[in-house]
Design a binder for this molecule. Structure first.
Ligand code: GLN
Length: 192
């Protein structure tokens, strides 16, 4: 299965490595033409404002939103979560997220002191904790009824799934543990 990693900006190469380990064939998506070749996509962390602008100017946004509407499975991490969300609280006026998962997020919502932190996460279906690395992470402040919460930190979801869209506010690609990527591939290619 060919799994794209959106490679417009941000931390995409570690995702490609994790996907290879998990058994997929990664492809760096650098423009809209690559979107025709992929069976699933990872949107990495980075700077959501820049990533959104690039997606717009490189004509990736429109075609990507069509493919998501047609069922393309997507994993969005950190800035990727922001792009896939329905609402951005205190985002900039020119930031229009894709609206692919019914959550509302606050950019850098963990505050200055907690800019970056690590936390052992209890994730549904994982036997042992997963080390969550949070870097200027978005805070999930609202979730829709159909959104499944797979892990939380202090009452705030940090790992959510709705259909074949999965989002994490942490960076699963930065640890030596490919269970989140494996779970994404299972979700993406489950026969339902
Ligand atoms: N704070 C960044 C943003 O708002 C996200 C940080 C990250 O992806 N590590 O885009």
């Amino acid at each position: 299965m060919k799994v794209g990693v959106l490679a417009l900006q941000g931390a995409f190469d570690r995702h490609a490595q994790a996907l290879s380990l998990a058994g997929a064939a990664p492809l760096e998506v650098r423009g809209s033409q690559y979107l025709e070749e992929i069976d699933a996509l990872v949107i990495p962390g980075g700077e959501s404002t820049t990533m959104m602008k690039l997606a717009e100017s490189l004509n990736v946004r429109k075609r990507l939103m069509e493919r998501i509407e047609d069922g393309l499975p997507v994993l969005g991490t950190c800035a990727g979560m922001i792009l896939l969300s329905k609402e951005i609280f205190d985002g900039r006026d020119d930031q229009h997220p894709f609206g692919s998962i019914d959550i509302g997020v606050r950019r850098n919502g963990y505050g200055r002191q907690l800019n970056s932190f690590e936390e052992d996460l209890e994730i549904n279906d994982f036997d042992t904790p997963f080390r969550g690395v949070f870097i200027r992470a978005p805070l999930v402040e609202r979730i829709g009824n159909n959104v499944e919460v797979l892990a939380s930190v202090e009452g705030h979801p940090v790992f959510c799934r709705e259909g074949k869209i999965m989002v994490t506010s942490f960076h699963p690609e930065l640890v030596d543990d490919d269970r989140v990527h494996r779970l994404f591939l299972e979700t993406a290619f489950a026969s339902n």
